[in-house]
Design a protein around this ligand. Structure first.
Ligand code: MN
Length: 292
């Protein structure tokens, strides 16, 4: 993967030592169950990001400047074995996480999230997760593997980290009982799409831990917004309501880490890459320029 930096920033705004945000590309694509291609996601997001204006039209400031710099880490070589890949990601993340820097990882398949949450949980034990996703991802194993991209929220559950899932519209019988209990709160797509604004307070109150990790599986958004994902499901979150939710959550100043995963770039659908890149930029703007 070429050495691009997010937003194509000049050196003074993308210095790895000084920047308050670090982008970590994780081009992992070992277990995707339908269309492969998420390994190309990080590079497509970085490339699309170079077409975003420095000034955020909604926030009214230059995101990278207000954030205190956005550096981009080189994409690591990851092992082919899913268990080894997870261990490598956890070690790398643990090495890169700082309590005064936001680590924002780009998938790759959703399997990257479990080791990332583990590494954040080690530094911030009072952690909860906001998951935006079409799929519950609560399977114990899938196709014989506990590291499959259908399983990350189940692995996170085993850490006793509470999860709030938003936009879910696909769950297996084995997952249904886990959707709503002491550790899990689910806002099904059919109950919230088009009226998410009315539910934001409720979603916020479910995020009870002091620190928040956000995982955005891009298939959580409607395929009209992000058409290029490995396992698309119709009927997802709309663009502006997704932004409103993220702005509210990030504005609390409690978000300590995030990932954006499952972009599977397709020829002719580069507006998906553009939307994914803009979502990453918004996450940074909301987190670092919010009420913090
Ligand atoms: Mn997912």
């Amino acid at each position: 993967m070429s050495e691009m930096n997010f937003l194509n920033l000049p050196p003074e705004l993308s210095d790895p030592e000084q920047s308050a945000v670090l982008i970590l590309p994780l081009p992992l694509d070992l277990t995707c169950s339908w269309k492969r291609g998420t390994a190309d996601g990080p590079e497509a997001i970085l490339e699309a990001s170079s077409h975003i204006e420095y000034r955020d039209e909604e926030l009214g400031f230059e995101t990278a400047r207000v954030a205190g710099g956005i550096a981009t880490h080189p994409a690591p070589e990851l092992p082919d074995d899913p268990a080894e890949a997870a261990a490598a990601i956890e070690t790398l993340a643990a090495d890169l996480i700082r309590d005064n820097r936001l680590l924002l990882s780009l998938g790759g398949e959703h399997s990257v999230t479990w080791p990332l949450v583990k590494a954040h949980h080690a530094l911030w034990p009072d952690l909860c997760v906001l998951q935006i996703d079409a799929h519950a991802d609560l399977r114990d194993t899938y196709k014989g593997s506990p590291f499959n991209h259908a399983c990350p929220m189940r692995r996170i559950r085993e850490l006793d980290v509470p999860v709030t899932a938003v936009g879910i519209r696909s769950a297996d019988t084995s997952e249904v009982d886990l959707l709503d209990d002491d550790l899990h709160t689910t806002f099904m797509a059919q109950d919230i799409v088009g009226r998410l604004a009315e539910r934001i307070d409720e979603i916020m109150s479910s995020l009870t831990a002091e620190h928040i990790y956000i995982t955005i599986d891009l298939d959580g958004l409607d395929p009209a917004v992000i058409p290029a994902v490995g396992t698309p499901v119709p009927g997802g979150l709309e663009w502006y309501e997704t932004l409103a939710l993220l702005r509210a959550v990030c504005g609390t100043g409690r978000v300590v880490g995030a990932d954006v995963v499952e972009l599977s770039p397709r020829e002719g659908l580069h507006y998906a890459d553009a939307a994914a890149a803009r979502l990453v930029s918004k996450l940074i703007g909301y987190t670092t320029g919010g009420q913090r």
